[in-house]
Design a protein around this ligand. Structure first.
Ligand SMILES: *[C@@H]1O[C@H](CO)[C@@H](O)[C@H](O)[C@H]1NC(C)=O
Ligand SMILES: *[C@@H]1O[C@H](CO)[C@@H](O)[C@H](O)[C@H]1NC(C)=O
Ligand SMILES: *[C@@H]1O[C@H](CO)[C@@H](O)[C@H](O)[C@H]1NC(C)=O
Length: 276
């Protein structure tokens, strides 16, 4: 990678792609193949790659990637600045239905023709009993949505996209904080969809929580071309049997013209429906 040393070019260089979109797309395609076949060795992993599910480090060979899963639908986003990817898998027709959110970190390829190595994989793996889980419904609604590439002249900056998602999460701690919600805006929360009745009245507005929810430990993947950001985060309070614990959670957000259009949330519970 070429680095410019002129101070005036610092910002421009910082925003430049560190990983090519094509290389990252290869990585997400390999992830989908590996999960479909249940063969994690199809992934090009760095020798010291880390693997975690639901915030717990574990061996990739005993995790969900070791099960063959029929994937009915997927969405991937690619962060060329941070060399990171995000994929949402919807498996509704598999004998064991899942909705899985996965974030991968890739080391920049030394040469353009070198396959990038995955250095970290972490997933929020949801299935029956997790927060409002319903893969059939998830599949139905995600397929109705339009996540087309945003024309170059209309793209939001990384900062705008990230700020929109942060504002949405910040509001859980203080319901009076402003959130740039579009009209319409639809939230797919587990299998529940806020957009299903009157599309013109779709809203992602949240009622105030009974206690301030501080969603911390935020980890981002940002894709300006799709106007998308995924935020891995911890969701305290939700698990009624363990309100101090932050449940593993992920919010995939699509931003159009600075305003939130779609949100997909998956959150893991310790007990069925988080005991609520
Ligand atoms: C893995 O090794 C690479 C290169 O040897 C290093 O840059 C990276 O920080 C290491 N990652 C971890 C998680 O130790
Ligand atoms: C899941 O959603 C589908 C489609 O909306 C519905 O038919 C089904 O009853 C739901 N299942 C559960 C367990 O709620
Ligand atoms: C909540 O946000 C409002 C508006 O920004 C601010 O005035 C208020 O101090 C905040 N409340 C708390 C408890 O942080």
């Amino acid at each position: 990678m070429i680095r410019f040393l002129l101070p005036g070019l610092t910002l421009a260089t910082h925003a430049a792609a560190a990983c090519s979109r094509a290389a990252l797309q290869e990585v997400t395609a390999s992830y989908i193949r590996a999960q479909t076949s249940g063969k994690p060795d199809e992934l090009h992993l760095a020798s010291n790659a880390t693997y975690a599910e639901n915030d717990k480090p574990m061996s990739i060979t005993t995790g969900v990637l070791s099960q063959a899963i029929t994937i009915d639908f997927s969405r991937s986003i690619h962060d060329t600045v941070e060399c990171a990817t995000f994929t949402e898998l919807t498996a509704a027709t598999s004998p064991h239905p899942y909705v899985i959110h996965t974030r991968m970190i890739v080391s920049p390829a030394a040469a353009a023709n070198m396959t990038p190595e995955i250095t970290a994989i972490e997933s929020v793996v949801t299935d029956q009993g997790d927060w409002i889980f319903n893969a059939t419904s998830h599949l139905y609604w995600t397929q109705q949505e339009k996540w087309d590439p945003i024309p170059e002249s209309q793209r939001d900056t990384r900062e705008t996209i990230k700020a929109a998602a942060d504002a949405y999460l910040d509001q859980w701690a203080n319901s009076t904080l402003p959130v740039p919600l579009g009209t319409p805006c639809a939230r797919l929360e587990g299998g529940i969809y806020t957009g299903q009745r009157d599309p013109a009245a779709n809203t992602c507005r949240m009622p105030a929580f009974p206690v301030p929810i501080r969603a911390g430990n935020r980890r981002y993947v940002i894709d300006e071309e799709l106007g998308a950001v995924d935020v891995f985060n911890g969701f305290p309070w939700l698990e009624a049997t363990n309100t101090d614990a932050a449940m593993p959670s992920s919010n995939l957000v699509r931003v159009e013209g600075g305003l939130i259009r779609y949100i997909h949330e998956v959150t893991v519970c310790e007990t069925t429906m988080c005991g609520r």
